[in-house]
Write a protein that binds this ligand. Structure first.
Ligand SMILES: [Zn+2]
Length: 283
């Protein structure tokens, strides 16, 4: 499932088309990704508008088009974005394709847990059915976007916030807490395991048992793993170094990469998510 860095990587795939008009929008009308905004509404909202670029926030994506049109997107389990030549014929799981003079911008999702929404936003930020007038001030993003919690790498994501979440959800296993998108946008399964492993904390440990210094370490690890993942995976989908847990967690017979530990890793279910931990160094 795409997490913060993978989502950022996908966002970039459409960027070369910034400033290009969308001549045609191809959509599979019955695809489940249109469960909130019907395919016909997406086609109507985007066809003929200019693509102005995208932004990522945790696992959420938002693409801007001229005249106040916004395409929101969640990649779900298997969604991916790529750019293809403009004459591409959409394949079975290419549920949305925006055709510009230079490229075909594709949202492909074979499992269809992803979704898209469209909104036309007036210049004052209110949803409007009428596009803003020519020459009007640029429109604000839709309200749902403006209400997203602070990103892990933003100044609003403070140690105090992390400490408050851990206190409020004191009985929740730390790993489960880290997956809560209302608190930790963009953190997914592998990143949560990586963070617990770096902290040498058992992912099953109740969040409320972290003392002040462990809360501060958690805040630092969240930021460090996010920053490094964005740099390595978010840039060109490179593999993280072998010193990360990530490269060993899915391997049968995986061994803890921490020097002087090398204990066999354990994979087990934790509240419905496969979790990898090292019994040797995570207490
Ligand atoms: Zn270990």
């Amino acid at each position: 499932m795409p997490e913060l860095a993978e989502v950022e990587y996908y966002r970039k795939q459409w960027e070369p088309s910034r400033g290009e008009p969308v001549a045609r929008v191809l959509a599979h009308p019955k695809a489940r990704i249109y469960r909130e905004s019907p395919a016909s509404a997406v086609v109507r909202a985007l066809e003929g508008r200019t693509f102005l670029g995208g932004r990522a926030h945790g696992k959420q994506l938002l693409f801007e088009f001229s005249e106040g049109a916004w395409l929101g997107m969640h990649l779900g389990m298997s969604g991916r974005l790529f750019a293809a030549p403009p004459d591409r014929v959409p394949e079975k799981s290419d549920h949305l394709a925006l055709v510009t003079p230079q490229r075909c911008l594709v949202f492909s999702d074979y499992r269809m847990f992803g979704k898209v929404t469209v909104e036309i936003v007036g210049p004052d930020g209110t949803p409007g059915s009428q596009p803003p007038a020519e020459g009007a001030t640029p429109s604000l993003p839709p309200s749902w976007w403006q209400e997203l919690p602070p990103e892990v790498l933003s100044p609003g994501f403070t140690k105090e916030r992390v400490a408050a979440f851990a206190k409020r959800r004191a009985k929740t296993p730390l790993k489960t807490l880290l997956l809560d998108q209302r608190h930790f946008p963009g953190i997914g399964n592998w990143m949560a395991d990586e963070i617990c492993w770096r902290l040498r904390i058992d992912p099953r440990r109740p969040a409320g048992t972290l003392d002040e210094s462990a809360q501060a370490s958690l805040w630092r690890a969240l930021r460090r793993v996010s920053r490094e993942a964005l740099r390595i995976i978010g840039t060109d989908w490179s593999d993280p170094p072998d010193s990360w847990l990530m490269n060993h967690r899915w391997r049968d017979g995986g061994i803890c990469p921490r020097p002087k530990c090398h204990a066999p890793l354990v994979r087990e279910d934790l509240r419905g998510r496969t979790t990898c931990r090292c019994p040797g160094c995570q207490r």
